[in-house]
Design a protein around this ligand. Structure first.
Ligand SMILES: Cc1cc2nc3c(=O)[nH]c(=O)nc-3n(C[C@H](O)[C@H](O)[C@H](O)COP(=O)(O)O)c2cc1C
Length: 489
């Protein structure tokens, strides 16, 4: 086994909904999507994935329905297919999964557009405590108009403005997490049993009030006096993930993200984005390898290429194409129902749709020779969404994953599922032994019982943001009168 190979980060990509990137698949006989309401479903999955040494379960989340297709404001195609609707809040299942496991981590999506930073910081500190530092935040700025309307807006905040808000939002949360409680603020330690206990402990405080300070954030978008409601948690700042692909999104990732999430059909196509984020991070004084790049993928693996393809074709029969078109509508804002059934979207006037579909046509295997009408788009999106689908024998899938690492310079995968938990079972039993044989996947956690940051970076003791990260300047270390950033002001 070659020890020089980059070790893959493998996460399960899930959602607290009957279907995530697989509308309709809750109808498949063995699928457990419809049991998403049962905490035991998630505990069992977390235990299974931990036994296989997955790094994390990563939960996507949205704050509105996919109501663009056949819209406006129409959920009729969405509801029967359960296309990411209904959807529960993923954060609540984390403490239960954490209590049943030791080392697997949990990435949770939460939006900087709709949630107040003071409350968000508290929620993440709470779960960081309860999971012993195994929580990550997938920072999103959100994309659904339906969410905007439910949060009292007529339409979404303009795209780049959302990222400007997010940037200040992160400053607020860094101040709360890193700079509101000095590292040694909590002074209480369990006292030895004593015959004179009350006298022994009289006057001993829980924490030192001089070491808990207001942050007094007074910015363009947020006014937050603080102090942070929670005492310092193992990681302080949760491990930070981000999934924006625009210029503003990449600039934000270069500054804040410790892991970025990319969707592309081919590693060659992901590479320019990966290079750009790493270069921008380096320009900010960060180590470009401190940004872990994770590609979204659906892996269908079987004994042979033919058997894997047959399995994929069989699963696809359960896919709900109306649901897939509803997802497309939410992701892009375009309602394909306004076009004729035989309209080939490679030649449609709408430039955004035309370029997206041409991109698929030229990159999806077998895509060039097809007419890309509604049906083709739905068939393409119905399993695995817009992520790459890697379908084949153990050898073929492992080869392709290696190619993503060498050509795309990625660090790992967020593996979505066609059916829950079968897709993961097959990955665990068939694929992981081969990845391990090739020296591509660890035998065990780098830090058993460690924090998410320790295991994502593979470095024991790295619980806090690396020194070169933008959030690190807000830390308030033992012995410092004030946090560093305050001294400079
Ligand atoms: C692979 C991927 C996964 C995403 N997952 C979510 C999600 O779970 N919830 C969400 O609200 N937005 C999600 N987003 C949206 C982004 O976080 C971002 O808000 C949106 O893409 C707009 O930013 P952009 O133009 O920079 O891409 C995802 C985006 C990508 C590319």
């Amino acid at each position: 086994m070659s020890s020089e190979k980059k070790q893959l980060i493998l996460n399960a990509f899930a959602m607290h909904s009957p279907s995530h990137l697989n509308p309709g698949l809750f109808r498949y006989p063995s699928d457990q999507g419809a049991q998403y309401k049962d905490i035991k479903t998630w505990i069992a999955l977390a235990q299974k994935l931990e036994a296989a040494k997955f790094h994390a379960i990563f939960f996507a989340d949205v704050l509105g329905g996919y109501d663009v297709y056949k819209g406006p404001s129409n959920l009729d195609p969405t509801i029967p297919s359960s296309a990411q609707f209904p959807i529960n809040d993923p954060l609540y299942s984390v403490p239960a999964m954490a209590a049943a496991t030791d080392s697997i981590s949990f990435g949770i999506t939460a939006s900087t557009t709709y949630d107040a930073p003071y409350a968000m910081a508290r929620r993440f500190s709470t779960v960081d405590h309860l999971s012993n530092g195994r929580i990550g935040w997938n920072i999103v700025t959100s994309y659904l108009d339906s969410a905007a309307r439910n949060f009292g807006l007529n339409t979404q905040v303009e795209h780049d403005e959302r990222y400007r808000i997010a940037d200040e939002y992160l400053d607020v949360t860094y101040k709360l997490w890193e700079g509101s409680w000095r590292d040694d603020a909590v002074t209480w330690t369990k006292q030895p049993a004593s015959s004179n206990a009350a006298a022994d402990v009289a006057g001993k405080g829980y924490a030192d009030p001089k070491l808990v300070r207001q942050i007094n954030h007074n910015g363009k978008y947020f006014q937050v006096p603080g102090p942070h409601l929670c005492e310092p948690s193992p990681q302080r700042t949760p491990f930070l993930l981000q999934a924006g692909t625009s210029s503003a999104g990449k600039a934000f990732a270069a500054k804040h993200a410790e892991a970025v999430f990319v969707h592309a059909q081919k590693p060659e196509l992901a590479r320019p984005s990966v290079d750009s984020v790493r270069q921008q991070a380096a320009d900010l004084g960060r180590n470009p390898q401190d940004i872990k790049v994770i590609a979204g993928a659906l892996v269908i693996v079987a004994e042979t290429d033919e058997a894997a393809q047959a399995k994929f074709d069989e699963l696809k029969k359960y896919g709900d194409e109306e649901g897939a078109l509803a997802l497309f509508g939410g992701w892009t804002g375009y309602d394909l129902s306004t076009y004729a059934d035989d309209q080939d979207f490679r030649f449609v006037e709408q430039p955004a749709v035309r370029s997206m579909v041409n991109h698929w046509a030229s990159t999806v295997p077998g895509g060039e020779g097809k007419k890309w009408n509604k049906r083709t788009i739905a068939e393409y999106l119905v399993l695995g969404g817009n992520g790459v689908k890697i379908i084949g024998s153990v050898q073929s899938v492992a080869d392709e994953m290696e190619r993503w690492v060498s050509v795309g310079d990625i660090d790992g995968f967020n593996l979505s599922y066609a059916t829950l938990p079968d897709t993961f079972d097959e990955t665990i039993t068939l694929l992981l032994p081969e990845l391990r044989r090739r020296g591509l996947f660890w035998e065990d956690y780098a830090v058993k019982g460690g924090t998410m940051r320790e295991n994502m970076y593979g470095q024991k003791g790295l619980n806090r943001l690396p020194e070169s990260h933008a959030g690190a300047k807000f830390t308030w270390k033992a012995g410092e009168e004030l946090p560093k950033y305050q001294e400079k002001n």
